[in-house]
Write a protein that binds this ligand. Sequence first.
Ligand SMILES: Nc1ncnc2c1ncn2[C@@H]1O[C@H](COP(=O)(O)OP(=O)(O)OP(=O)(O)O)[C@@H](O)[C@H]1O
Length: 337
Amino acid sequence: MIHARGLVQTFTTGRGKQTKKVRAVDGVDLDIAEGEVVGFLGPNGAGKTTTLRMLTTLLRPTEGTATVNGYDVLTQPVHVRRSIGYVSQAGSTFSQALAGDEVSDHGQLYGMSRRDAVARGKELFNELQLDGLWDRMPKNMSGGQKRRLDIVMGLIHDPTLVFLDEPTTGLDPQARANLWEHIAKLRSDRGATVFLTTHYLDEADALSDRILIIDNGRIVAADTPENLKSQVSGDLVRLEFGDAAHVAGAATSLATIGTDVQIDGTAVSARVRGSGRVVPGLLRDLDSHGTILEGIEIVKPTLDDVFLTLTGRSLRDDTPAEDSSTDAIAGTEKEAV
Ligand SMILES: Nc1ncnc2c1ncn2[C@@H]1O[C@H](COP(=O)(O)OP(=O)(O)OP(=O)(O)O)[C@@H](O)[C@H]1O
């Protein structure tokens, strides 16, 4: 479905002596099979959108090759665009037209009859909880409604390969859950392949068959969520004591079964492999020494722990992106289809 080798994108920023080259994507290889849901994770500025823009032919790679749905992104861009659905971060609606007209015009650009485009559009409005908004201008919709309208536009022609760039950003929890269901159904009901970028780790975890993690323009990990999480050195075990006098002894005991022991006031924590097997023995040991425990928490590794293990940084620490170059892309995308 998607095969890429050595994809590179270099941007030049600044002027004169301030000119700088940014290697936004730095040699990305990808192989995504039919029917896979792949989550593309990485901190702000890691190169996710730039990779997506190259695969969807909105941006010509500086180096490297890619085929999407069997079409070459360099020599067959029109075929690529016609065969995919793409929901960009910036959205793709013009605010002056009526939402329903936008959707049916968009379907017709993909070769659908007006009648089919209206019928499918109304179905999608219903599925994405946009009932009653067919005759409303996007500019008079809420942020979440506009986002769902973008998704209708990306799915109107029933593509079998869908690129979603942060599809649930700006949605309330209920709309997010609804979209998760919809994405899961794209695969289960229609065998669609989905490539999605997201900042929500729980979303990537819940939806993806496979996760790709990109950092500084390079793929640093690619595996199932379970395999990635099993690479983290165990569950986080946190013991809380009523009396600070117990903490040092407990830390020594915890160090015999775990790593990365940390003391925080009256609590002590560590990473412990096979915690279900070894923690009961630790508790018996503490009890036999008269150590009174106030509480215990065992947290399974998350994808954030995976990122932290791989890069030494948390995905949650990232700051918002500085530029908003995507505004221009929405126009390009609209014209290009
Ligand atoms: N048109 C551009 N000109 C110059 N630099 C750019 C341009 N587009 C992106 N960049 C830079 O390339 C790098 C990768 O950006 P990209 O938008 O692909 O990251 P991202 O992982 O999608 O981030 P986010 O999660 O914030 O959307 C960043 O350093 C960004 O500032």
